[in-house]
Design a protein around this ligand. Structure first.
Ligand code: KG4
Ligand code: ZN
Length: 421
């Protein structure tokens, strides 16, 4: 079947069209079109996502992106003449009552094209920013009404889990994705450890008690005067710091040392760092699977305040060191808790998803430490482009949801900002 998917939970307006077939255990996905419009640069001035701006931008982007995906999938077939249907227009006006700009674009575009050969529309209905989610949900409902196609409501976090599945048009081999699995979901809004005993059966075993890890990256970046989104910026500075350490004696960073310790080679903690292990590793020794990152963020703030009182102040070199030390702290905590969960539940697979999973140091450290402590464990990260929010993952999760539920009535679909797995 062909699925059109829509993702508007945060600051990306993303639409895709995929061809999906097979069962939940052996699905097959082929990408027909995939488009995304990011608002990140607009939100940079606020240092984070501003919900009203996000809503407005999604509203503007929907039809231009729909046009692009339909063209890309060769599904945009113009009609010989515009077909207007007053009854239909009234229905659409009701659905898009709160998105007048989108309604205008939709009423100009839809009567010009033939109904595309799409079997279902998958849309993120939560979790996320509610005003932003509503745009996607109402857009999906309006297309559903105009073309008489069912809507599949999708949980964004399930999308992040399934973002690791291949989209190359070949059947997924069940053996490559053995269960039980642990999913480490690390994004701007979430930090969760999920136990997956069976596909589509998720149990949250741990989560952050305060800030999400991506949020901590963004806030620390802001303290260092770096633009939003802060994750990639911190990661870049931290990598520079590590690179400059190559050639110096001993492990190049605290995490390198920890990674070695995890792989049971006892080595000395590096002495050659500007701030050797100065930041806390919150909750690293607790036996549960919860996290906390707000204390770490505050520790960075105090450190910066102290440095600002010194004659040199916050130099570029010190910024790099702080970025690296912060990234090390986060990485160590994530590594430790994930490993604990894998051991406790005898997981055969680890899936790491969400925007922060784009982080190279976190990827490499997890792969290295788990590769030696659990050599049989299968570890999956999404392609870097699918780590952050995208609609391909929503299309895949939509297919899974469709297989489970088959039919949905659009009237019951509502955006849910706090939706949980
Ligand atoms: O999954 P996502 O795109 O949106 C949410 O569902 O929240 O995640 C966005 C988060 C942001 O906080 C961003 O700073 C972070 O992912 N991020 C990164 C990196 N790339 C994106 N964090 C650390 N390192 C990165 N390379
Ligand atoms: Zn996300």
């Amino acid at each position: 079947m062909k699925i059109l998917s829509i993702e508007t939970s945060c600051d990306e307006t993303a639409l895709s069209i995929i061809e999906a077939s097979g069962t939940v255990k052996t699905p097959k996905f082929k990408v027909l079109a995939n488009e995304i419009a990011s608002q990140a640069s607009l939100h940079a001035q606020y240092g984070g996502v501003f919900p009203a701006v996000a809503k407005r931008e999604h509203t503007k982007a929907c039809i231009p992106i729909l046009k692009r995906v339909l063209t890309e999938a060769k599904m945009e077939k113009p009609l010989k003449k515009k077909v207007s249907d007053k009854k239909q227009e009234r229905k659409l006006s009701k659905i898009l009552d709160r998105e007048p700009e989108l309604l205008k674009d939709l009423l100009e575009y839809i009567p010009l094209i033939k109904k595309p050969k799409i079997d279902a529309i998958a849309v993120t209905y939560g979790p996320g920013l509610e005003p932003a989610l509503w745009v996607g949900v109402n857009f999906a409902k309006s297309l559903s009404s105009a073309w008489d196609i069912p809507v599949i409501p999708v949980n964004h976090m399930e999308g992040h889990i399934l973002s690791v599945l291949p989209t190359d048009g070949k059947n997924v081999n069940t053996k490559d994705f053995p269960l039980p699995a642990i999913a480490l979901l690390i994004s701007g809004g979430h930090t969760e450890l999920i136990l997956i005993k069976d596909w589509m059966k998720y149990k949250k075993i741990g989560e952050t008690r305060d800030d999400a890890v991506g949020e901590a990256f963004d806030k620390v970046a802001r303290m260092l005067g770096l633009p939003y989104p802060g994750g990639p910026q911190i990661s870049r500075l931290a990598a520079e710091s590590r690179k400059e350490r190559v050639g110096s004696e001993g492990p190049h960073s605290a995490t390198d040392a920890r990674t070695e310790q995890f792989s049971s080679k006892k080595i000395a903690y590096p002495q050659n760092l500007l701030f050797p292990n100065i930041l806390p590793r919150p909750m690293i020794h607790t036996k549960d699977f919860d996290f906390s990152f707000s204390g770490l963020k505050t520790a960075v703030l105090y450190l910066i305040q102290k440095i600002n009182e010194t004659p040199k102040g916050l130099t570029e070199e010190i910024k790099k060191e702080i970025a690296r030390e912060f990234e090390d702290s986060v990485t160590e905590v994530l590594m430790k808790k994930t490993m604990l969960a894998i051991e406790k539940y005898g997981a055969k697979m680890l899936i790491v998803g969400g925007g922060v999973s784009a982080n190279t140091h976190i990827r490499e450290s997890l792969a290295k430490s788990l590769g030696s402590s659990a050599p049989k464990l299968k570890i999956y990260f999404p392609d870097k482009g699918l780590s952050t929010d995208n609609s391909l993952m929503i299309a895949m999760a939509g297919y899974f949801t469709y297989l489970k539920k088959k039919k949905h009535s659009i009237s019951g679909i509502k955006a849910k900002g706090n939706l949980s797995l």
